[in-house]
Ligand binder design. Structure first.
Ligand code: ZN
Length: 259
């Protein structure tokens, strides 16, 4: 199942603008990997169903956070759950975005923490089921995850990647990235050490299946294991150096108020 985080035009424009206007390039391409040395707090909200069932245990969520911490360890960033909150309004357990979001945001939101909501069914938009979605830096400090995806080994880290400013490796909102790398700073995910990704499908061997060419006739060799791709969670490896650099940059500029 896919992810519901969508790049808005405003987000892209702001991003490219910042990249052009400042020596502190928002794309993070020219920054060495350094160490944030931060542990951030997550407020975990579990929405109960109409019978009062949780649908997910605290232990499962803790395990997912522990696994996510492994993915973020290279940039010295980790997460801990500061509080579990149970939401007894089952209407939000079938969470339809954006319809339910403002209500939930107004009723259940802890400033300066990463507000993570666990629901049985996430639709964004109505009728289209998704594993999760997040806000890019500058947006709300919230991530919504479908309970069934929470501990799949990828979805939580994937949404956290968006939360810290990463785009999908197959993003086309700003143009299609070419395999030869010539437009990697301005198209696709704006990151050059993630090869062009057609957003295809992988086989059981974690290879692209079928193989596809780009408009120049070159064969795609995407990073099937990249967390910001849509390939199988079982193929997952991690983030790249430049993805870490970008997240450090985005955290420092836009999310450094988090505790
Ligand atoms: Zn996504």
């Amino acid at each position: 199942m896919s992810c519901g985080t969508v790049v808005t035009q405003a987000q892209m424009v702001a991003d490219l603008q910042a990249g052009h206007d400042s020596t502190a390039n928002m794309r993070g391409l020219f920054f060495p990997v350094n160490c944030l040395g931060k542990k951030l707090s997550i407020t975990a909200y579990i929405v109960r169903d109409s019978l009062g069932n949780d649908g997910i245990t605290q232990a499962i969520i803790q395990a997912a956070v522990l696994a996510m911490n492994g993915d973020f360890a290279p940039m010295c960033l980790s997460f801990e759950i500061c509080r579990f909150v149970y939401i007894d309004n089952y209407n939000y357990n079938r969470f339809v975005a954006p319809k339910h979001e403002d209500e939930v945001y107004n009723l259940y939101y802890t400033p300066n923490t990463i507000n993570m909501y666990f629901v049985s069914r996430l639709e964004k938009p109505a009728g289209v089921q998704k594993c999760g979605y997040a806000y890019f830096p500058g947006g709300r400090d919230m991530i919504v995850l479908q309970k069934s995806c929470a501990n799949d080994g990828k979805s939580m880290s994937h949404e956290m990647g968006h939360f810290f400013g990463l785009y999908h490796t197959f993003e086309t909102a700003n143009g299609v990235e070419l395999i030869n790398g010539t437009n990697c700073t301005t198209a696709g995910d704006l990151i050059c050490d993630t090869p062009a990704d057609p957003g295809g499908v992988n086989g059981p061997d974690c290879q692209l299946q079928p193989y596809i060419k780009d408009n120049n006739g070159n064969w795609y060799v995407p990073q099937i294991g990249n967390i910001m791709s849509y390939y199988s969670a079982s193929c997952k490896c991690g983030f790249t150096t430049q993805q870490f650099n970008r997240m450090i940059q985005q955290f420092t500029n836009n999310r450094n108020y988090l505790w």
